[in-house]
Design a protein around this ligand. Structure first.
Ligand SMILES: [Zn+2]
Length: 338
């Protein structure tokens, strides 16, 4: 089969790879229906994370089951399945507590920008749809496997409630999906922080009521102006830089909550400041598996359409261009079709 391999910053190639095989009785092999490039793939692509030896890339996937191990009974060959970027057995204590992305047997997916993928912990990880969904729904279901699930977690962790005010920091695919989540959870006011016209438009389509273009202290000032001087009930941090985290913490009201889902890079917290702010803080890799059945339903019922975050579609063999377009911010998110 063929798939994407990263060799060095800025150097992603489409290469021949060994076909994945069942390694454990709990594995499944899927044939990729669609996959994509994640904002977090840009960290190594931009040299912000070490790459080491050349290795495959990708952790978002929907596909058709090809083969299952002897202990996998939840899905069968031919079925269309959605999973999570973090695999889980769905039976250990952490899974039972709803934190499947901290499963005691967790393995992070990392080879999904390819024609076939091995899914560890397939029994607990994969959710099959009743029928094969129409192709127009595949992008939305793909989004559920990571960015939509992560946006949902941001809103959940920030405790968005009906009638509340939510601020979304970050206008990448996760931030835009976080707007969808805040809307679905009933936020009355959703303030999206974005400087980019096309992203602002999509945020508004998804339910944002206000757009703030300022950043840093000016951005915080603007949020305060819009929230009676005290800050927002919930802030959804979807970037992971020191600046975005500071902006998020300073935008929450005393007693408000920040959900942080951007993987932190060089973020340090000031304990005293946090103490006196009365702001609640929770983050981490999204427990996407907890949300899968619900989010799959919302997409299949066409209640939400997170597939709109894909504004560039390329054949999988042009994966290098997919990375470059996102790196240069020509695309929000690249969909790849094998
Ligand atoms: Zn588990």
């Amino acid at each position: 089969m063929r798939g994407a391999v990263i060799h060095a910053p800025g150097d992603v190639r489409f290469e021949s790879l060994e076909d994945p095989k069942l390694l454990h009785p709990t594995d499944a092999i899927i044939r990729t229906a669609v996959t994509c490039v994640c904002g977090s793939d840009l960290w190594p692509y931009r040299g912000a994370e070490p790459i080491g030896d050349p290795h495959p890339m990708g952790h978002e996937y929907v596909g058709f089951v090809e083969e299952v191990g002897s202990e996998v009974t939840a899905v069968k060959p031919g079925q269309f399945v959605v999973g999570s970027f973090a695999t889980s057995d769905n039976t250990c204590p952490n899974c039972k507590n709803g934190f499947q992305s901290n499963c005691l047997h967790r393995e992070f997916m990392s080879t999904c920008q390819a024609e076939y993928v091995r899914i560890p912990n397939a029994q607990g990880t994969l959710v099959a749809t009743d029928d094969v969904p129409g192709e127009e729904l595949w992008p939305g279901l793909l989004a559920v496997s990571d960015v939509m699930g992560t946006g949902w977690w941001a809103a959940d962790a920030a405790e968005v409630k009906p009638g509340s005010t939510a601020v979304v920091v970050g206008d990448g695919a996760v931030g835009l999906c976080a707007v969808i989540a805040a809307k679905e959870m009933g936020a009355a006011r959703i303030i999206a922080m974005s400087r980019h016209k096309s992203r602002q438009q999509l945020a508004r389509q998804f339910g944002a009521t206000d757009i703030v273009t300022e950043r840093g202290d000016e951005g915080v000032e603007r949020i305060k102006e819009l929230t009676g001087g005290i800050g927002a009930d919930s802030v959804l941090e979807c970037v992971g830089t020191a600046q975005s985290m500071a902006q998020a913490l300073h935008s929450a009201r005393p007693g408000g909550n920040v959900g942080f889902v951007g993987v932190p890079h060089d973020v340090a917290l000031d304990g005293q400041e946090l103490f006196f702010s009365h702001v609640g803080l929770r983050g981490g890799p999204a427990p996407v598996r907890r949300y899968l059945p619900d989010l799959i339903d919302r997409v299949l019922n066409r209640r939400i359409d997170p597939g709109k975050v894909f504004d560039l579609t390329l054949p999988l063999d042009q994966v290098a261009e997919g990375y470059q377009a996102m790196d240069e911010r020509r695309a929000i998110k690249t969909l790849l079709t094998p």
